[in-house]
Design a protein around this ligand. Structure first.
Ligand SMILES: Cc1cc2nc3c(=O)[nH]c(=O)nc-3n(C[C@H](O)[C@H](O)[C@H](O)COP(=O)(O)OP(=O)(O)OC[C@H]3O[C@@H](n4cnc5c(N)ncnc54)[C@H](O)[C@@H]3O)c2cc1C
Length: 483
């Protein structure tokens, strides 16, 4: 039998698919494993939700606009890709606001502002302070974020702080969102320390003790990394740099329409593409939304496909609007304002784009980005452009008093946008993967539909997928040699 080099087909050319290809290439080379791959993306553009547009002197981000550095994977990938000089950090930790009575109220960031905040009544504040004395939940199963916060911090903290933030970050209803996927660390603190507040203090104490107990000389003090970072020319620079590193086959305008399996074949998978081409593969990575995974798996395991299809996705439109700074009477100074459901505004959130990063627009411009749609008002995203812009301008006038005509407007519609991680989502993905290993060994799930949706999460998941995948590829190569 002639030896076949293992081939991997990666379906989806968003950050998850591209990072999978990159780490596959890199880890295989490091291990001395020969492997080839194809990335197939249905769109004419790579990057998926990452979509940066240069418009004159503005960089407009249609989807993600920065990544958190607390989860290091995106930062590390940028370093690996030689983008360190292109990274830009937020200049401060930034103020965040919640709309209350039609006007932004600052989210408290320290004990004094927490005492003064109008976002919680005296009763609501006392309820938050009671948290260390609330008995921990003994049932380890998942629950909704809403139930978790209500139990630990009270309904005001949920309704006035957490639910609006979650509505804009995850485009989700806190009363449906899984706590394990969204605020898993908080749930762990409750389990470990009996309380979230006690847990924070406990962690800080443990760190101090660790440092004291360690004989190792103190590492030189490193400059603190900004909480959020982006790239000078827009986040798409990360996509472009990734693509430039890839030496495998990368196809655009190529939807994968069918996955066939023949276990007797040395390359057991055959992928059918929308243009009629096919590729054989030793292993396949599905880096696509869960409903697209379901489409490809339905013929092989209808129950598994049904579980993946049950994950719903909300749609959202981002509307970026710039104004001459001189035309804005009292510019909003925050990174963002989130809108609680009880507020009459139909917006989900407004981001202070020019407050967060200074390099994306000329200095005399003031830039905001409104989020419209989500779970609350899906209908609004299909409004014609002029009506959507009129709606956003009306809201900006009511909330910030901005009556001037914008100097730039750009709409991006994402339909579907963001997966809704319901209670038990992680367990469902665990089961789906275990089932898949039985039915279609060598087929892997990755990406934002699985275990985390920020860019760093997608990169971490891609790395993990590649580690598993390489085992399959190596085993296959050994079998071939044995033959
Ligand atoms: C408006 C918005 C703002 C966001 N803001 C942030 C932020 O500031 N920071 C952050 O970290 N994250 C943010 N996110 C989340 C983050 O952008 C996404 O979770 C992440 O980019 C998803 O990457 P992915 O590769 O898993 O999926 P996607 O980007 O959705 O890529 C999947 C790809 O698969 C392709 N595909 C689907 N089916 C097929 C098929 N059958 N054949 C071939 N190709 C197929 C699709 O065309 C798509 O390109 C935001 C998301 C949105 C929508």
């Amino acid at each position: 039998m002639t030896e076949t080099i293992p081939h991997v087909v990666i379906i989806g050319g968003g950050i998850s698919g591209l990072a999978t290809a990159y780490y596959l290439q890199k880890q295989a080379a490091a291990a001395g494993t020969a492997v080839t791959y194809t990335v197939a993306e249905q769109d004419s553009r790579l990057g998926g939700k990452i979509a940066s547009a240069q418009m004159d002197a503005f960089i407009v981000e249609g989807g993600p606009e920065s990544f958190v550095t607390r989860k290091p994977e995106a930062y590390e990938l940028c370093q690996e890709l030689g983008l360190q000089d292109r990274l830009v950090g937020t200049t401060s930790s930034g103020k965040n606001y919640v709309l209350q009575g039609g006007k932004p109220a600052a989210v408290p960031m320290d004990p004094v502002s927490a005492i003064r905040t109008p976002l919680l009544s005296l009763r609501g504040k006392l309820r938050v302070l009671k948290e260390p004395f609330v008995a921990p939940r003994t049932n380890p199963s998942d629950e909704t974020l809403g139930d978790f916060i209500r139990r630990r911090l009270g309904h005001e903290a949920l309704d006035n702080l957490v639910a609006p933030a979650v509505g804009s970050i995850y485009l989700s209803d806190a009363n449906k969102l899984s706590v394990q996927v969204s605020f898993g660390r908080f749930a762990e603190l409750e389990r470990e320390y009996g309380s979230v507040i006690k847990g924070f203090f406990g962690m800080m104490k443990a760190r101090r003790q660790e440092r004291k107990a360690s004989d190792a000389p103190k590492p030189p003090k490193q400059a603190k990394r900004p909480a959020f970072m982006t790239l000078r020319g827009g986040l798409h620079e990360m996509v472009d740099a990734l693509v430039a590193e890839l030496d495998g086959e990368v196809l655009t305008d190529t939807a994968v329409t069918q996955l066939r399996y023949n276990p007797t074949h040395s390359q057991p998978y055959e992928l059918l593409f929308s243009d009629g081409q096919t590729r054989r593969a030793t292993a396949v990575v599905l880096a696509v939304p869960t409903f697209a995974m379901a489409d490809l798996l339905a013929d092989h395991d209808p129950d598994l496909a049904a579980a993946l299809r049950a994950v719903t996705y909300n749609a959202v439109a981002t509307v970026t609007v710039a104004f001459n700074r001189a035309d804005v009477p009292d510019p909003f100074d925050g990174f963002g304002v989130v809108v609680p459901e009880k507020e009459p505004s139909p917006l989900l959130a407004i981001e202070g784009m020019s407050n967060k990063f200074k390099h994306r627009n000329p200095a005399d411009q003031f830039v905001l980005r409104a989020f419209v749609g989500g779970g609350r008002r899906q209908d609004l995203i299909s409004l014609p452009d002029d009506e959507l812009i009129a709606l956003v301008r009306r809201e900006l006038k009511t909330i910030f008093g901005i009556a001037a005509a914008p100097t730039l407007v750009r709409i991006f519609r994402w339909q579907p946008a963001i997966p809704q991680y319901g209670v038990g989502h992680l367990q469902m993905i665990d089961q789906a993967e275990a089932q898949l290993a039985q039915v279609l060994p060598g087929v892997y799930l990755t990406g934002s539909g699985t275990r985390g949706m920020g860019i760093p999460d997608c990169i971490r998941l891609a790395r993990g997928t590649v580690s598993q995948l390489l085992q399959t590829v190596t085993q296959q190569a050994q079998l071939e040699i044995g033959d």
